[in-house]
Design a protein around this ligand. Structure first.
Ligand code: CTP
Length: 466
């Protein structure tokens, strides 16, 4: 009789055999014996149990350069947003695997998540087929990052306590990969001492957070802190963590403080003095700094731009509010003053709306100078950022004026630009910069505001690493 060992079988057959053995709770050898016995005893050929072979995405290791994210969806109404998150992660070229808790299945189905992930969703710690194939230890190990979105109060409590009574918690306990939580819960649950205690423990354990945000809850008439961060915000946090984990970026660990946009100086409760700044340049710098790994605080005047992803944005109206917000955001390693701050405010601003009264003269506005934010920060004795950078928006004698501003304001670099109306720079999409510093004047080519931002951030990275 010919001798045949399991090792000699082809890979696919071995795989099917292992799955069938796991499903029936037998060793592979016992499974083979059973099949042979049944084949010998029964009249027809033995039918193998209908086990679905793992999909290529489940078995094939991701290419060496492909970063892997394991998404754990726990049971909250925000779980529907996790389907969009899967799309966002996949469009970044990430290899995504997904675990769903039992509670999550009340909100989204494993079928829907699986269709988006492109492979089976893992749900059960004691699923023998799964444990034999991609067990919880492999799920925990074969990933560069674990994202829990939404992270419910209950899951956070279990994590803080080191529980491992289902697949999600077992994987979270077994992993050495960084973990990012996107909490989502009712504001009262978020604010509860127990949740805050668990949160403090998780942060102390090195777990990273994105959100929760303030806003409307799914429950009618409920709002407050507890909304899950938006999928794009979570994806940006994933980018940042993966980048920091795999290769430090030039501004990783640096705090960059940026002002952007115009300021509005009230004349009365409904009127104000403003300027034509769009905030595009300052916002582009904030986005570029965040992409370079920095922690970014953006203090923005009123603009029609979305908050840059992954940036802490503080909204202000007037120059004085902007100065207060900037001072509160210190310490910072780098401060970039891109805002077009109004030089003057109205000294006699009306508390009530100014009215036209027949026969009376037109109101005269008396102006008083605003604080110079750049100069205030550059001249600080304590907490002066290592690198203080200003802009010089000029309409004539650009370089001479920029050099004078560099000296007067006490900053390290000035990005000078000609904002005469014919240049279209104010409010436009392009910019032509000359970098003025103690080392001289360096002309930059005309380029988009995004490219100016990228060039500036590259220069900052180089200067800080000297
Ligand atoms: N700036 C500031 N606070 C102010 C005025 C200006 O922080 N109250 C900053 C701007 O953000 C910019 C730089 O100072 O980085 C120069 O701004 P600019 O408007 O060109 O110069 P001014 O100081 O306003 O001087 P002038 O208007 O006389 O040219």
């Amino acid at each position: 009789m010919a001798s045949l060992t399991v090792r000699q079988l082809d890979e696919r057959l071995k795989q099917l055999l292992r799955l069938r053995a796991a499903k029936n709770g037998r060793s592979v050898e016992d499974e083979v014996r059973t099949i042979l016995r049944e084949a010998a005893e029964e009249p027809g050929p033995a039918q193998p149990a209908p086990v679905s072979p793992p999909t290529p995405a489940e078995t094939a290791p991701a290419a060496a350069t492909t970063k892997r994210v394991l998404l754990i969806i726990s049971g909250g109404i925000a779980a529907y947003k996790s389907l969009d998150l899967i799309r966002r992660l996949k469009e970044r070229g990430l290899a995504v695997r997904c675990i769903m808790t039992k509670a999550a299945e009340h909100f989204v189905t494993p079928l829907a998540a699986g269709a988006l992930v492109g492979s089976r969703v893992f749900t059960d710690l004691f699923d023998p087929a799964h444990e034999f194939d991609v067990g919880h230890i492999r799920l925990a190990r074969e990933t560069d990052l674990i994202v829990v979105a939404p992270a419910t109060a209950d899951l956070m409590a279990k994590m803080a306590g080191g529980h491992a009574d289902d697949l999600a918690t077992a994987v979270l306990l077994a992993t050495k990969a960084p973990i990012l939580l996107a909490p989502a819960m009712n504001p009262a649950m978020w604010a509860h001492k127990a949740t805050q205690r668990n949160l403090a423990q998780l942060v102390a354990d090195g777990i990273k957070l994105v959100g929760p945000n303030e806003g409307e809850m799914a429950e009618a008439r409920e709002s407050g802190k507890g909304r899950m961060a938006e999928p794009l915000e979570i994806a940006a946090a994933v980018d940042k963590l993966l980048a920091a984990h795999l290769a430090p970026l030039p501004l990783t660990g640096k705090h960059v403080l940026i002002t952007s946009g115009p300021t509005h100086e009230p004349i009365d409760p409904v009127r104000y003095i403003a300027n034509r700044s769009s905030g595009k340049q300052g916002h582009a710098i904030a986005a570029a700094a965040a992409a370079a790994g920095a922690d970014v605080t953006l203090v923005s005047g009123p603009v029609n731009l979305p908050d840059p992803i992954g940036v802490k944005t503080i909204h202000v109206e007037s120059a004085r509010d902007m100065l207060t917000a900037v001072e509160r955001a210190l310490p910072a390693d780098v401060a970039i003053f891109a805002a077009a701050v109004a030089d003057w405010r109205v000294a006699n601003a009306g508390v009530q709306k100014l009215k036209k009264t027949a026969g009376q003269t037109t109101p005269a506005l008396s102006l008083v100078e605003n604080p110079d934010i750049l100069s205030t920060i550059a001249h600080r004795r304590t907490q002066r950022p290592q690198l203080v950078i200003g802009f010089a928006a000029e309409t004539e004698n650009v370089i001479a004026n920029a050099k004078a501003k560099l000296a007067r304001k006490g900053c390290d670099w000035i990005l000078a630009n000609d904002v005469s109306p014919q240049t279209g720079i104010m409010g436009g999409d392009r910019n032509t910069i000359e970098l003025v510093s103690a080392d001289g004047v360096e002309p930059w080519p005309p380029q988009s505001k995004e490219d100016v931002a990228a060039m500036l951030i590259a220069r900052i990275g180089a200067a800080l690493s000297k």
